[in-house]
Ligand binder design. Structure first.
Ligand code: HEM
Length: 393
């Protein structure tokens, strides 16, 4: 029933996702050969079930896919305990609330700088692209700053990341596969070079810290270190860009919904950003593989079978959210699972929240009459849901 490649589905997947949720329990989806969990309780249970792991299947032949493979098999996201625990605890230190809050002045500085550029563009052309000119560069610059990725090479990050994430969609084409392989090799080589530089000339950045990190007497292997840096650089901006883009489009299309944010941007933004992530979640599907026979809501999942949590479907579940299909930027209680749940819960959630809590009110204060200046173009992808361009004036 769900066709993840259908054009209409990609424009608005929520009616079909509501039908999937109405089935009431996980169901087998033949095209992807996995179970899908669409209800909030079921998706949440998938993410928290200890017999359901993120098990990366290496791409073959190994020689061609070597770099792509270890960027995944050696990353936090695609490993399970005990390796996951070791990797995550090393990185967690850099993402504790104190360290993240200390980034506030830098995020404010970058926000102001980007808004100045947006104002210049609007002055010249009457419009700017709130995605390409604002929502995208901000998290890219912040994560690059944290890791100590050189400013001059920052433009390389987004294309590498974009090429790699195309592999996360349901049916990547041969051209996308080739692009992802090349990007993985270039990205890994670049980070390896940077890491060697930081080992001999350490700075205050996260790459230097990771390169020097020791946990229980065990250093990160070169592959683990490279994989961790690449993951942080990619995960550190992809969802933030799309979360902001999806949310701002939905809000601007509904003037009465946008009203409270325009009226009191600094107070409303904290709830508004959570509603952005709930209402049109930037990450829609995460897979797990059963490492032992288990069940979700009475549906047996045999060892080796796959099941995916549909986060966007879960975040519209009327059993959990009042008026689930309505956007409400003042929504107080918001148990969305856009950041996941269980052991893989997003490590960057405090950073993503801080960024949006600074950038969203700043945007609305700077452009009080902000509105769409044309139809935003949707990207033809489901797993990473977002726009290509969002013209505003
Ligand atoms: C709005 C922005 C973001 C959203 C919606 C988001 C969402 C998620 C989700 C759903 C997962 C869990 C995946 C799974 O269970 O399979 C995850 C994991 C992760 N995220 Fe985020 N993320 C965001 C921003 C960030 C940022 C800014 C970083 C910064 C470094 C980051 C780093 C990570 C990492 C490292 C993991 C893996 C954690 C683990 O496997 O234990 N994310 N994210």
């Amino acid at each position: 029933m769900l066709d993840f490649t259908d054009k209409d589905f990609l424009i608005d997947p929520y009616p079909a996702l509501a039908e999937a949720r109405a089935i009431g329990k996980p169901f087998w989806h033949e095209p992807t050969e996995m179970f899908l969990a669409a209800r909030h309780a079921d998706a949440n249970a998938v993410l928290r079930n200890k017999s359901l792991g993120r098990i990366f299947t290496p791409k073959t032949p190994e020689t061609d896919w070597n770099d792509f493979n270890y960027l995944h098999s050696d990353s936090i996201l695609d490993s399970e305990p005990p390796k996951h625990t070791r990797l995550k605890s090393l990185v967690s230190k850099a993402f504790n609330p104190r360290t993240i809050n200390a980034l506030t002045p830098e995020i404010e500085r970058l926000t102001t700088m980007l808004l100045n550029d947006c104002a210049d563009k609007r002055e010249q052309n009457g419009t700017f692209d709130v995605l390409a000119d604002f929502a995208e560069p901000l998290p890219v610059k912040v994560i690059a700053h944290m890791l100590g990725f050189p400013d001059a090479d920052e433009h390389l990050l987004r294309p590498w990341s974009q090429s790699i994430v195309k592999m996360y969609e349901v049916n990547p084409s041969e051209a996308h596969k080739a692009e992802a392989r090349t990007a993985a090799t270039e990205f890994a080589d670049y980070v390896h070079g940077l890491m060697k530089l930081r080992q001999s000339h350490p700075g205050m950045d996260l790459i230097s810290t990771l390169a020097a990190a020791e946990k229980d007497g065990e250093r990160l292997s070169v592959e683990e270190l490279i994989a961790t840096c690449v993951l942080l650089l990619n995960a550190g901006h992809e969802a933030s860009v799309n979360g902001f883009g999806n949310g701002i489009v939905a809000a601007l299309r509904r003037p009465s919904v946008m009203q409270p944010l325009r009226g009191d941007p600094r107070t409303v933004s904290r709830n508004a950003l959570e509603e952005f992530l709930r209402f049109d979640s930037p990450l829609q599907l995460f897979e797990r593989t059963a490492t032992a026979d288990t069940d979700i809501n009475g549906v047996a999942i045999r060892q080796g079978q796959k099941i995916a949590a549909l986060l966007g479907a879960a975040n519209r579940d009327p059993d959990v959210f009042a008026n689930a299909d309505s956007m409400d930027l003042t929504r107080e209680t918001n148990q969305h699972i856009a950041f996941g749940a269980g052991i893989h819960f997003c490590i960057g959630a405090p950073l993503a929240r801080l960024e949006m809590n600074i950038s969203l009110p700043a945007l609305v204060e700077r452009f009080p009459a902000l509105e769409l200046a044309g139809e935003p173009t949707r990207r033809p992808t489901f797993v990473l849901r977002g726009y290509d361009a969002i013209p505003v004036s």
